[in-house]
Write a protein that binds this ligand. Structure first.
Ligand SMILES: NC(=O)c1ccc[n+]([C@@H]2O[C@H](COP(=O)([O-])OP(=O)(O)OC[C@H]3O[C@@H](n4cnc5c(N)ncnc54)[C@H](OP(=O)(O)O)[C@@H]3O)[C@@H](O)[C@H]2O)c1
Length: 379
């Protein structure tokens, strides 16, 4: 792992003139194991100025090498900060160089988009916003899948209002709808792009064949799926098809919903009424007790190198491909800074192997999703 201590924000932007060129070089070096040039960082302020490119051609999008997942700021991650504190944190992320912010209609529902919209409205020109369609909502909760064209159009119009913007940079289908052929979904987003309401198309948790079919109708900019050291399934078929078609990949839950950060253990309780970890098999006390051995592997690797387990987990993701952009979520400035500092650590190929070998020796306890949620995931 090479500590990459860059210069000040502005200095670094000039130093790496082309973000995408840098992104490619960064990934290549991560794999080749070469050290980046190491100019001195100005004291006290962790910043990110490495860029990566998701997608290709007219539908490519250059973003900071790590984005910010905003879901947990009000939804599914327990007790959350006030609206004011959240808006401040999102703006602090922009100050630190984050240019990709991920939300969805269903996070709340609606509330998360409103928070992101309010926080980013004065900074809109500096950032890209991704949001998602694909559910019906009633009485303040999701009531089922719906990717019918009229529903997608309605979500686009309502999301634009909540996000206080006139265009959605990246519009993902959140989950495949078995009742609507993916070609129809892709065609609807293509029309929205033609109308100027949406810029790019994305898919979440889909299989390789679905990606191909969708991409043939409307080029896909990014696939967003769970991917981290405890869930590597995308490596089998999804990452290869993304590479072949020039599609970016956005790993969600890159620190496995906090677990790889090392703050959770068998005594942690997810009982706030706003935390889906209380139904995830990997977050039972028994599973967490067993799976902490993985965090120990990351700590054993990271400590001599000055990196935390969360940073090792995300440095591993960044090293896998230059077109991977993780979107860790947090409600804390300290974690935001820690997470962004991940880009200061570049893993070489043998370090990637060392981490993988260490983790592979541990039998992971618990499925990632309960059966009801796993059903929604297209393979
Ligand atoms: N497309 C989809 O279906 C889908 C599904 C799930 C998520 N997502 C997206 O992915 C984003 C991130 O996913 P996620 O929230 O599930 O998982 P995550 O980013 O892996 O984990 C977030 C959790 O980890 C904690 N955390 C963050 N940084 C940490 C650090 N350095 N050390 C220790 N703990 C840390 C956070 O707590 P603190 O607040 O205390 O930092 C939070 O509870 C979401 O915001 C959402 O945008 C998409």
């Amino acid at each position: 792992m090479t500590r990459n201590d860059p210069q000040s924000h502005v200095g670094r932007r000039n130093f790496f003139k082309s973000g995408s060129a840098f992104g490619a070089a960064f990934g290549a070096q991560a794999v080749a194991g070469n050290a980046m040039a190491s100019p001195q960082q100005s004291p006290g302020r962790p910043l990110i100025s490495q860029f990566r490119k998701l997608g290709a051609g007219n539908y490519g999008m250059e973003v900071s090498a790590l984005g910010l997942g905003c879901m947990g700021m009000n939804y599914h991650r327990g007790i959350h900060p006030s609206r004011e504190a959240t808006i401040k944190l999102i703006r602090q992320a922009v100050e630190r160089g984050v240019t990709l912010f991920d939300t969805a209609e269903t996070y709340g529902p609606f509330v998360n988009e409103e928070l992101v919209g309010e926080a980013l409205a004065p900074l809109r020109g500096q950032v890209k916003i991704s949001t998602k369609f694909g559910f019906n909502h009633e009485g303040g909760r999701a009531t089922g899948l719906n990717s019918r064209p009229e529903r997608i159009r309605r979500v686009a119009d309502e999301s634009l209002k909540r996000l206080r913007t006139d265009v959605i940079d990246l519009f993902y289908q959140h989950r495949l709808d078995p009742n609507v052929p993916i070609e129809v979904v892709a065609g609807t987003v293509k029309d929205l792009i033609g109308e100027g309401k949406v810029r790019r198309f994305g898919l979440c948790e889909v299989g390789a064949e679905t990606i191909r079919r969708a991409h043939a109708v409307q080029p896909v900019t990014a696939v967003q799926s769970e991917y981290h050291l405890m869930w590597r399934e995308p490596e089998d078929k999804v990452l290869p098809v993304c590479e072949e078609l020039g599609i970016g990949f956005v790993p969600y839950s890159p620190v496995n919903r906090g677990f790889l950060g090392g703050d959770l253990n068998e005594y942690t309780r997810f009982d706030s009424g706003n935390d889906n970890r209380n139904i995830l098999p990997r977050f039972t006390p028994e599973a967490m007790r067993a799976n902490l051995a993985i965090v120990e592997v990351l700590n054993r690797f990271g400590r001599p190198r000055g990196a935390t387990s969360a940073q090792v987990a995300m440095a591993w993701l960044l090293a896998k491909k230059p077109w991977i952009v993780p979107i860790p979520g947090t409600t804390k400035l300290a974690h935001l800074d820690e997470n962004l500092r991940t880009v200061d650590f570049v893993l070489n190929a043998s370090e990637v192997r060392e981490i993988e070998e260490g983790v592979s020796k541990i039998a992971i306890v618990g499925d990632r999703y309960p059966a009801s949620e796993q059903q929604r995931i297209s393979r």
